[in-house]
Design a protein around this ligand. Structure first.
Ligand code: PLP
Ligand code: COI
Length: 355
């Protein structure tokens, strides 16, 4: 643990809080009053500042824009009934942040500085954390390269920033998903495990094509054979098949290691529910959908929370699953997770970082 982080604070003179309609919070469009900014130069992180949310001046030559040296995280803070505030497992995101940094040849940020920065900003804008059910403050830490240099080389300067947004659920309905059998999100040796900006940019065309076909989301498959399930666009894929919780293994480094997925597996283990993290074939999922042994399917993610899958499309066929409200496993997960996050149930794993 390093000493307390020194953060310079400039408070806004024109808060937007009173004009914000907390009953209408489209995801990621409404920003709280402040943001955090820090600089990396001469081999160290410095100038940690909380400033009013707003535009920043940058050279048009920064390598983040040209070569994609940029990545992000997603975390949520919750307001408890008694007014206390918790951030959910930020130390997991701190670790993943540095895995992304390493893969993109960018500087790491000490984990406790990452967490302290988030806690300071959330504390400062704590009045922006929604109180309504299923709502939270979405926290978006990110880092990008700032050298104004058009040569392809790792930058020597970077910015670390954090934005926060009061949000409701990312997906508002049961998902119709398509198993992608042509495009690829990540291949072994690539950067699928990193939360790099480019992973999301490259996913947009395939996702839009799926939307044009009437789907809400893609389920990505392996790059070599399109035979194994990998993950969804903004969530890990989880299934209850034949009485077991199954989710793709992350060993090939093509899948983002999700905090929510890890949390769901831990809850299942608490309950003595069998958990298998292994290669998951498209064939077994479709077979389970046909013979009724696939009793649950959902995306697990910070923004997505637990997003039920209603049907799965594959090569022109669509396979329908049970009504999400009747699904025992995901309903229990949702209830338990909400209990912990909103402070209504004991946090036996110590997942809540109190601010
Ligand atoms: N996979 C992808 C591609 C994502 O964007 C996300 C969202 O962060 C996840 C999985 C789920 O990860 P987490 O639960 O840590 O939010
Ligand atoms: C998150 O859950 O934090 C995500 O990264 C999803 C996001 C791409 C909207």
């Amino acid at each position: 643990m390093t000493e307390t982080l020194d953060i310079k604070i400039t408070k806004t003179t024109t808060s937007r809080l009173a004009q914000t309609d907390f009953t209408d919070l489209p995801f990621g469009k409404i920003f709280s009053d402040h943001m955090l900014v820090a600089d990396y130069a001469d081999g160290e992180w410095k100038n940690f500042e909380i400033v009013p949310y707003g535009e920043i001046g940058l050279s048009p030559a920064i390598s983040a824009l040209h070569y994609g040296q940029a990545f992000f995280e997603g975390i949520k803070a919750y307001k408890h009934a008694d007014g206390k505030v918790s951030i959910f497992r930020p130390e997991m995101n701190a670790r993943r942040f540095n895995k992304s940094a390493e893969r993109l040849c960018m500087p790491e940020l000490p984990e406790d500085i990452f967490v302290q920065s988030i806690a300071a900003l959330v504390d400062f804008d704590r009045d922006w954390i929604p109180r309504n059910a299923n709502h939270a403050l979405y926290i978006r830490p990110f880092m990008f390269a700032t050298d104004p240099f058009l040569g392809v080389a790792p930058s020597s300067t970077y910015k670390f920033m954090i934005l926060t947004c009061p949000v409701g659920p990312y997906f508002s309905k049961t998902l119709r998903v398509k198993i992608e059998t042509h495009y690829t999100r990540a291949a072994e040796g690539g950067m699928g495990f990193a939360k790099s900006a480019g992973n999301y940019g490259g996913a947009m065309l395939p996702a839009r094509k799926a939307v044009e076909e009437g789907f809400d989301q893609l389920i990505w498959t392996d790059a070599k054979e399109h035979k194994y399930v990998e993950e969804m666009g903004a969530a890990n894929a989880m299934f209850v098949l034949d009485g077991k919780l199954i989710t793709p293994s992350t060993g090939e480094n093509t899948i983002l290691k999700g905090v929510t997925c890890d949390t769901v597996m831990a809850l299942a283990r608490d309950w003595g529910f069998p958990v298998e993290q292994r290669r998951v074939t498209v064939a077994e999922i479709l077979e389970g959908a046909k013979n009724g042994k696939l009793t649950d399917a959902f995306g697990a993610g910070t923004a997505a929370t637990i997003a039920p899958v209603g049907s799965i499309g594959h090569n022109g066929e669509e396979y329908f699953l049970s009504d999400p409200k009747t699904r025992e496993f995901s309903q229990k997960v949702l209830k338990t997770l909400d209990g912990i996050r909103y402070g209504n149930a004991p946090d036996t794993h110590g997942w809540n970082y109190m601010v």
